[in-house]
Structures are given as structure tokens and as C-alpha cells.
Design a protein around this ligand. Structure first.
Ligand SMILES: [Zn+2]
Length: 112
């Protein structure tokens, strides 16, 4: 079962909803996560299990889009969203619109 995540920036109030993880039937081949395409500077959802994204995308599971002062390993269970190997920090992620580390994520549903 995958999760639906809502992102909301506390600084500029930009919002987005994206799938996180994979559904039951394709869990082993598709694990979706939000990313920034740094060529077009847009948000895109990519498959964590494929390599194609590595050239043009930064994933929100990457430390580079998380607050430099907050290491995911030091966060407790309630401050992160985990799905398989992927981990999102709930707070202080990089916002593409205002370039502040004010993008927060919350689980708003799931898909199967
Ligand atoms: Zn923002």
C-alpha cells in the first residue's frame, strides 16, 4: 500500500499532493516519490527503483533536499515518513518555489 502525501510550505504556502511508495501489485517495481527536476525546475514524481531519474532529478529522500541541520538518522519515528527504503523528513524540506527549507509533509491518505 502506498501513501498519499501532502506537501505544504510554511513560508510561501505552496502545496502539492503526491504518491509515496507503491501499490500491492507493483510494489517490487514501482516506488514513487516526489522529486525536483533540476533541469526544468519543476516538481515531478519519479520511480525510486529506476535509475533514469539520477541525471535530472533530486529526490525528497535525498539529504540534499532536507534541512542540513537535521539528519534523518537522528529523527524519531514521529518526525519522518518511511516506506520501504525511502524516508521523508516531515519538516524543513527544500521548497522549490521560495527556496526556503520550510516544506512540510503529512500523510493524507493511501492507495492500493
Ligand atoms: Zn515555499
Amino acid at each position: 500500500m502506498g501513501l498519499k502525501i501532502k506537501g505544504m510550505c510554511l513560508n510561501c504556502e505552496d502545496t502539492m499532493v503526491f504518491p509515496f511508495g507503491g501499490a500491492r501489485l507493483n510494489f517490487s517495481t514501482t516506488q514513487e516519490v516526489l522529486a525536483i527536476n533540476h533541469k526544468s525546475m519543476t516538481y515531478e514524481t519519479v520511480n525510486f527503483l529506476n535509475d533514469y531519474y539520477k541525471k535530472d532529478h533530486w529526490l525528497y529522500t535525498d539529504e540534499r533536499l532536507k534541512d542540513k541541520n537535521v539528519l534523518t538518522d537522528e529523527l524519531d519515528f514521529f518526525d519522518k515518513i518511511e516506506h520501504g527504503e525511502m524516508v521523508l523528513n516531515k519538516r524543513n524540506n527544500f521548497c522549490l518555489k521560495c527556496h526556503e527549507n520550510e516544506l512540510n509533509f503529512m500523510v493524507v491518505g493511501c492507495f492500493d
